[in-house]
Design a binder for this molecule. Sequence first.
Ligand code: GLV
Ligand code: GLV
Length: 319
Amino acid sequence: MRIVVIRNLPEPAVALLRTAGEVHVCERDRALDPADLRRAVAGADAVVAMLGDRVDAAFADAAGPQLKVVANVAVGYDNVDVPELTGRGVTVTNTPGVLTDATADLAFALVLMATRRLGEGERLIRSGTPWFFHLGFMLGTGLQGKTLGIIGLGGIGQAVARRARAFGMRIAYSGRRRAAAAVEAELDARFLPQDELLRESDVISLHCPLTEQTRHLIDAAALAAMKPSAVLVNTSRGPVVDEAALAAALRAGRIAAAGLDVFEEEPAVHPELLELDNAVLLPHLGSATEETRTAMAELAARNVVGVLTGNGPVTPVAA
Ligand code: GLV
Ligand code: GLV
């Protein structure tokens, strides 16, 4: 079996893949351009792909009819045309669960950074600007008794809600589906229509996948519906937010602050955001811990091995 790994992958995962076939690792960290990608996957039975690798009809044609599985090393799989691949009998898998806590930690770090002005404070000290403690110095806002509005109460959204509860926040959520009654009860979470959620929340955190329905879910109208004191946090996918509209809202004070780990034209960041002190900007670090990245790579490898050995995938994506 020919197993193609499009980027560098932690060694334990490569070792696991070797139990199921001949492994070819493209030793690089950046995405291949489309022509190189097509060359690399030619003749593959299995491909380990990730964010930035476009897996579509051209990809499947280039791989050939023996392609059996594409394992995406990410929970999000908006880079994969799943109906196209599954229509050809190719199994697509992702890495849910193993990155839930790391991503929820990072989302909550952004909540704290944005509400307590932590990036701004750090920049102030490093700039050499004189400062001294006084009662009105660099005041942020507290979280206790405030409402966290979660858009998409899946595994990561629930993990963020648990953290928020420990900080004394109330939980509201909206999304395509209502969570199980037991989840609502555990988190004391209220399900709201999205327009109400936007109006009532003090902090809004996005945990939905990027789909045609969620592209620019947060646009100028959604931002206008939020409280002027609201804080928006995005650790999902950049295009869920209209970045130009967000920059305009932050500049005009229509919302108070934003914390972003993902961007519309990643790795580019809208230039206006770079100039705003009330925008906290991180370079897509949601799942970036040693433990989590190793676990993601191993889960992707277990998916490949499962399909190639006939035991079935561990975490397939539904078409
Ligand atoms: C990373 O962004 C992921 O989807 O795992
Ligand atoms: C993410 O890890 C999820 O389970 O939703």
